[in-house]
Design a protein around this ligand. Structure first.
Ligand SMILES: Cc1ncc(COP(=O)(O)O)c(C=O)c1O
Length: 417
């Protein structure tokens, strides 16, 4: 008999990885290899976009780069990140407001791991699957804000700060991906200004995840534009080189916060992380060169805006409900006739394709999969056009349409499981 494991029994893989593993078991190859259709995946194209800047192919490493890194990040990278925000959004943050992590996830994890007990998280019902895992593992308390067809998956800002039933001790920290994953809904302009104003009120804060900052018609959307006093706030902005800068593999992300909160995060780094790889940080400095980013902003919006538009039209023509906002690189879709997104996925696997099931994005579901739980997003799914080349549009749409039609025909004939 196998001995009892010392590690947690409640540590399943994040929903997107779960789809990856199920796909591999069914198709026998990893998603992303030639001949597969990575519609479930959250990575962008990692090759030069039309009209976009080239991606650096090397970085110089000196003996100093083999020293231990600074706990809070490489001084050159912290400066480049601060300049990135100040140059584009007119803010005046300092390098001391920047904490560098090995990607977006570790930064978000660290913020939640050190939340005080009286801080309660508010999160949209349909959000990025990793948040559910992170909130569970860090024992964060959270309540879900309704995301429904009726509110268009875009509740008002005030819904995140609703204090009904709370006593004065409870402080509120909404977590919002903006642009949203999986919905693409984006708070910008006056609506974002109002959100930040609420976040700066006493007893309030926000973790605004801006991983998809560049994927919006405005070519850049960040709450930093409206922050009045970062150093006297509990505003946390999460950013990364993962999406708009097209480099998920270098594992560079950051948290922008008050100097005091950055100090806490860097103290954590001193014993829990040991800083972040110098070669990766130096590569990120190259990526953030301002004239390069200016080109990237144009190219990202042009390419992904075009893909959002034409995939949306194709899905509408197939009879799907399209509930996507105006940002990101996902479509948020509803199957017709109460079809089941899990069953659709199993059928797609056989053709080397996969989507992300809506249930995985359900922040109210049990953490470990429970077959008895019926999610409101059973017929919903996320389709990613992030990694897709423009040339595969017709074949992707044709394959998706064929599998959907077969599924509908099987249901009509009573053959579907
Ligand atoms: C909402 C959201 N935040 C952050 C990230 C960044 O994750 P990482 O840099 O850890 O890959 C992602 C990537 O999928 C994301 O979708």
């Amino acid at each position: 008999m196998q001995r009892d494991s010392f590690l947690s029994d409640n540590c399943p893989p994040m929903g997107i990885y779960e789809t990856l593993y199920a796909f591999h078991d069914s198709f026998g190859q990893f998603m992303g290899t030639t001949g597969t259709h990575p519609w479930s995946q959250g990575f962008p194209l990692t090759t030069q976009l039309e009209g976009g800047p080239p991606l650096p192919s090397r970085v110089e490493v000196t003996f100093e780069d083999r020293f231990y890194p600074k706990a809070w990040g490489h001084p050159r990278l912290r400066e480049a990140i601060a300049a990135h925000y100040n140059g584009f959004y007119g803010s005046s943050i300092a390098p001391e407001n920047v904490m560098v992590f090995a990607g977006g996830r570790p930064g978000i994890y660290a913020v939640l791991a050190y939340l005080k007990r009286h801080v309660e998280v508010r999160i949209g019902n349909a959000e990025w699957p990793a948040y559910l895992d992170i909130m569970t593992q860090t024992e964060t308390s959270w309540r879900v804000v309704p995301f429904t067809e009726e509110n268009g998956f875009h509740p008002p800002n005030s819904a995140y700060y609703d204090r009904t039933g709370l006593n004065h001790k409870t402080h509120l920290l909404p977590i919002i991906s903006n642009p949203g994953n999986p919905t693409g809904h984006t708070r910008a302009g006056a609506e974002l200004e109002e959100l930040i104003d609420m976040a700066e009120q006493p007893g309030h804060g926000i973790l605004l995840d801006e991983a998809y900052e560049m994927f919006h018609a405005s070519k850049g959307v960040s709450g930093i534009r409206y922050v009045k006093d970062l150093d006297d706030s509990n505003v946390f902005l999460a950013g990364a080189c993962t999406k708009g800068l097209q480099c998920p593999g270098i594992r560079i992300g950051w948290i922008i916060a008050s100097r005091k909160n950055v100090e806490t995060l860097s103290n954590y780094s001193s014993f829990g992380m040991g800083g972040v790889s110098h070669p990766s940080q130096l590569y990120a400095v190259e990526l953030l060169e301002p004239s390069r980013v200016a080109l990237a902003r144009e190219a990202v919006e042009r390419h992904f805006g075009m893909q959002r538009e034409r995939y949306g039209a194709a899905f509408r023509d197939m009879g799907l409900g399209v509930f996507t906002g105006d940002g990101g690189f996902y479509h948020w879709l509803k199957l017709p006739d109460d079809l089941d997104a899990g069953e659709l996925n199993r059928r797609l696997f056989r053709h080397g394709a996969a989507i992300l099931e809506g249930t995985d994005c359900d922040m109210a579901r049990p953490h470990a999969k429970d077959p008895a739980y019926v999610s409101p997003y059973r017929s919903w799914f996320r389709f990613s056009f992030g990694p897709l080349l423009p040339e595969t549009f017709e074949s992707d749409v044709a394959l998706f349409g064929r599998v959907l039609e077969e599924y509908r025909a099987d249901v009509a004939a009573g053959r579907a499981g």
